[in-house]
Ligand binder design. Structure first.
Ligand code: NAD
Length: 342
């Protein structure tokens, strides 16, 4: 298998395969672009079926971080890491230490944080071995509530663009994944009067959402068949694909998950079907924006910048409309312009 021929390879600057014999760590760090600053992006731990799947994931996620940081006007490049393994079974403090040592060897070119399967506590373990960890307790803390807040505002921006008003009262929203981000997003949506339909593979997370937000629980796969106004993917990526597209009834797709589209072609298909898509790396930038403030934390400046996601998305939607282009294509061209200017 050639790395450079992978469809997801996009001139990534550096891809590092990390191994530690003692702990069994197998990780991949992908640094996509450092023109705007150190490659910054979380670490995901997932039980990938194959190594190729892990490589594809880390390459796509790292590129997404480049675009996300550029769109949020942050002095950061794009990178991401994946640890191959089951986060419930294989994760130990020693494994996280080994991962931290690999980050340290990159000398600050890559800055890590948590992502799916990795908690702030896990990152605190890694941080015993390296200075290049963001989003730790006592600094800017868990980014998830900020990601959720930005996503909520992005949903409002999408509604405003499509219907002329942003009220969520009575709107039906399908939230796929009620983990760190999905839970807080449900809270905002519930407070705004939305009717929630939720799914997750974690029963405890589901029960909590059902109880606290009067959410209707559905089986994992049937989330795509729900008669809803908005579909908010907040679990893993590639949920908008050839199998799910024909089932979706929502006229807006706006959620926090990274890499929501299985391929770039789905961007155009969504436009053709009249579905307004909020590009994932624009709507889910709230967490990384908050992290960017952590060395001189200023809660109100951070909140204000997270709130800028509403306008950024509105600009993307308006340009897409005016130029008759899919929203993902417009966002990518905005991000490229910022990168080229650097
Ligand atoms: P998380 O692991 O806390 O939550 C993900 C949830 O999805 C879990 O509860 C998990 O059980 C559930 N899930 C997994 N597979 C599922 C399936 N097939 N069907 C339904 N539910 C499923 O992760 P998170 O931090 O909440 O992140 C969620 C998504 O948002 C990820 O794609 C992540 O990359 C992205 N994201 C997170 C942040 C952040 O601040 N945490 C920032 C930007 C983007």
């Amino acid at each position: 298998m050639s790395l450079f021929d992978q469809p997801a390879f996009d001139a990534h600057e550096q891809v590092v395969f990390c191994h530690d014999q003692l702990t069994g760590l197998k990780a991949i760090i992908a640094i996509h672009d450092t023109r705007l600053g150190p490659a910054t992006g979380g670490c995901r731990m997932w039980d990938y079926a194959t190594e190729a799947e892990a490589i594809n994931d880390v390459l796509r996620l790292a590129k997404g971080m480049t675009y996300k940081n550029a769109m949020a006007n942050l002095p950061m490049g794009g990178g991401k890491a994946v640890i191959i393994g089951n986060s419930k079974r294989d994760k130990t403090p020693e494994l996280m230490h080994a991962f931290g040592r690999h980050i340290e060897r990159l000398g600050g070119r890559y800055v890590s944080a948590e992502d799916v399967g990795i908690s702030p506590q896990d990152m605190a373990e890694a941080a015993t071995q390296t200075a290049h960890i963001a989003g730790l307790e006592g600094k800017s803390g868990d980014p998830s509530p900020y990601t959720a807040y930005g996503t909520f505002l992005g949903i409002q921006a999408a509604l405003k663009h499509q219907t002329g008003h942003e009220s969520l009262a009575g709107k039906r929203v399908a939230v796929q994944g009620v983990g760190h981000v999905g839970y807080h997003l449900c809270r905002h949506l519930h407070q705004a009067g939305a009717r929630l339909i939720v799914t997750d593979i974690n029963q405890d997370a589901l029960s909590r959402a059902a109880q606290e937000f009067s959410a209707t629980v559905v089986e994992s796969d049937s989330i795509y068949d729900q008669d809803v106004d908005i579909y908010a993917p907040c679990a893993l990526g590639a949920t908008i694909n050839d199998n799910t597209l024909s089932r979706l009834k929502a006229s807006i797709i706006a959620g926090a998950a990274n890499n929501q589209l299985a391929t770039e072609a789905h961007d155009l298909i969504l436009k053709q079907r009249g579905i307004l898509y909020a590009p994932d790396y624009v709507i889910n930038a709230g967490g990384i924006i908050n992290v960017s403030y952590e060395n001189a934390y200023d809660a109100s400046a951070s909140k204000q910048q997270v709130e800028g996601i509403y306008q950024t998305l509105t600009d993307v939607f308006d340009t897409a409309n005016n130029q008759d282009l899919p929203t993902g294509k417009v966002a990518a061209s905005f991000a490229q312009q910022r990168l080229n200017a650097a």
